[in-house]
Write a protein that binds this ligand. Structure first.
Ligand code: PMP
Length: 364
């Protein structure tokens, strides 16, 4: 479609054109029923089939073992910052690693429950001293001996810092994968729980996916709201109340699309090419800079600054004029940020890189 522009939004992010076209085709008359998916009961046989299909596709794409439940919930990844301590802290101790804005919010929210007497929250380390451009060495972490869980953020969307290998700790690992789920193969069995908001690699906002090992269910605090209780939602097939039906349907279409691309292994290769191209362009010039330690550079979110920040506005105006959208960086980091999720093609990244090189020539 001619007027779809390269969109580097951090989230809600671009959705594959083919998915939107399919949704458009099915919108008014889904499966010949004379109505859209949005207009049917979530309890209907046809809708339940959509949810079962979406779960089966996600299980296959991520190779999720049978002893994990997959929940499709609401409230965004941020609500999980509360749901996690409410479900899993009990009167125990939880470890949190802080590597940027999102893991910082998660530990802050967990501490509220600890302050109310729910348990103890221990920040094992923070990358604050490096402005979250690096991860403190694991030998410097103050890991608890008997933690109920260890929480970290696998990809810090704002700081562009990604932890590729799951930390090796004894406690069940809980990873916020909002901005990196489905971008590279992972071994789910290494995790106690994985969660991810949908609006980057999965589909529209309004949906959050929780993948949780069954033995972690059934430990919720009595204060945990019923709708946030993982065991309850697992029993109810994520339908304790009306789910985000259209977002769930669209997630299923995105899983179909990803399968057609060859799955996670195949998209990972493209993701690496995209990231390499962009980081190489940044590193080859003294005009652009990315401050993140090379081993932690995110392959999904690439923040970069201009040596002369007075050119920031010019860069944004000219890139927009060239049809390259949503490159403004987050206010906490400044400069630019290109989010290059699964639905951002190599071709789009090439256009961005061509623009960056031309911009440097013009303004350096
Ligand atoms: N975690 C990460 C890594 C994120 O990128 C975001 C959103 N950008 C969130 C959590 C919060 O997501 P939500 O706005 O859906 O609550």
């Amino acid at each position: 479609t001619a007027n779809r522009v390269p969109n580097f939004s951090a989230g809600p992010a671009t959705i594959p054109t083919a998915v939107l076209e399919r949704a458009q085709n099915e919108l008014l008359d889904w499966q010949g029923r004379g109505m859209s998916v949005m207009e049917v009961s979530h309890r209907s046989k046809e809708y339940v089939a959509i949810t079962e299909d979406a779960e089966a596709k996600l299980r296959s794409l991520m190779d999720i073992p049978d002893n994990y439940k997959v929940l499709f919930l609401q409230g965004g990844a941020s609500l999980q910052f509360s749901a996690i301590p409410l479900n899993l802290l009990k009167d125990g101790r939880a470890d949190y690693l802080t590597t940027g804005a999102w893991s910082g919010k998660a530990v802050k929210e967990a501490k509220r429950y600890a302050d109310l007497g729910l348990g103890t929250v221990n920040e094992v380390a923070t990358g604050k001293d490096s402005n979250f451009t690096d991860v403190p060495a694991q030998s410097d972490w103050s890991v608890s001996e008997d933690a109920a869980y260890f929480h970290y953020c696998a990809n810090e969307t704002i700081h562009g810092l990604q932890i590729f290998e799951p930390p090796q700790v004894n406690a069940p690992l809980i990873a916020d994968m909002s901005s990196c789920i489905l971008s590279q193969p992972i071994d789910v069995s290494k995790f106690g729980m994985i969660y991810a908001g949908a609006q980057k690699n999965i589909g529209p906002a309004g949906l959050i996916i929780v993948i949780i090992r069954e033995d972690l269910l059934g430990q919720a605090s009595e204060w945990c709201p019923l709708l946030m209780n993982y065991e309850h939602q697992a029993e109810k097939e994520s339908m304790s109340n009306t789910p985000a039906t259209y977002s769930w349907y669209l997630a299923g279409l995105v899983f179909d699309w990803l399968e057609a691309q060859g799955g996670v292994e195949a998209i990972y290769k493209v993701n690496q090419q995209k990231a390499d191209l962009l980081y190489q362009t940044i590193d080859d010039s003294s005009f652009y800079n990315n401050p993140v330690a090379p081993e932690y550079r995110s392959i999904m979110n690439v923040p970069f600054t201009l040596a002369d920040s007075s050119l920031d506005k010019v860069f944004l105006a000219e890139s927009e004029a060239a049809g390259l959208m949503n490159l403004k960086g987050h206010r906490d980091v400044g400069g630019m940020r290109a989010s290059i999720y699964n639905a951002v093609s190599l071709e789009w990244v090439q256009k961005l890189v061509d623009f960056m090189i031309a911009f440097e020539k013009k303004h350096a």
